[in-house]
Design a protein around this ligand. Structure first.
Ligand code: CA
Length: 235
């Protein structure tokens, strides 16, 4: 009855009781599970186990979760969900800056974790299905965005966007200079309740600008409307 069979999740978490309960619940849902109990083991497994998604604790022996995240991103776009401590708000932002796709705050409920995992795996499926989609390229100045194939080029050179960055860009670029609040973008692009942490949007915009803009400090595509939010300028 599970629709998730065949998907494998890597849990990188040094607290065995937490790792065990996550593992138990994932197996019950039909996922395959790999576990690692320190950062180095986690990184090695992430790069070799053929897993579809990583759950990554931050405070780990040998190598921190941040470092593991950064190293995975050097070679892989696999979805990474960071497990962050409640009192450390800054961790969420740093994790996203290092390329994590999502985070969940400890202590979390299993239903919430499973929902996050499903949402992130769904995005990967969209990405993997890209070759079956016909091209739908729209041009904005130097940018060419293929709306179906999740590809962005600048002056013909492909840009390496994460799925979330692409989705935010596509959302703004297809909505005619309209200004969106951070809350609206969270709801529509991230697609589920994000507990009002609108900095997630700011971090993703900053990463996008670094990839899209000639001068990220003087953006021409994604523009800040002070006190309101962001919009896309079509050039
Ligand atoms: Ca830990």
């Amino acid at each position: 009855m599970s629709t998730e069979s065949g998907k494998k999740i890597l849990i990188i978490e040094d607290e065995k009781p937490i790792s065990d309960i996550i593992k138990f619940n994932l197996i019950k849902e039909g996922y395959g599970v790999e576990t690692a109990y320190d950062g180095q083991e986690g990184l090695d497994k992430a790069l070799s186990c053929g897993c579809d998604l990583v759950l990554l604790d931050i405070m780990l022996p040998i190598m921190s979760g941040f470092e593991v995240c950064k190293k995975i991103r050097e070679t892989s776009e696999m979805p990474i969900i960071m497990l962050t401590a409640k009192e450390e708000e800054a961790d969420k932002v740093l994790g996203l800056e290092l390329g994590a796709d999502d985070y969940i705050t400890k202590p979390f409920g299993m239903r919430e974790l499973l929902a996050r995992i499903k949402a992130n795996l769904r995005r990967t499926e969209l990405l993997e299905g890209k070759t079956e989609q016909p091209a739908d390229v729209q041009e904005f100045g130097k940018l060419q965005i293929d709306m179906n194939r999740y590809e962005v080029r600048k002056d013909g050179q492909p840009l390496d966007l994460t799925l979330r960055e692409f989705e935010l860009l596509k959302y703004l670029a297809t909505r005619d200079d309209k200004v969106f609040s951070r809350e609206q973008l969270l709801e529509d692009v991230w697609g589920y309740e994000y507990y009002g942490d609108i900095r997630t949007v700011d971090v993703t915009v900053r990463r996008l600008r670094e990839k899209l803009e000639d001068d990220p400090g003087d953006p021409k595509y994604i523009i800040t409307k002070r006190g309101i939010g962001y919009y896309f300028s079509k050039q």
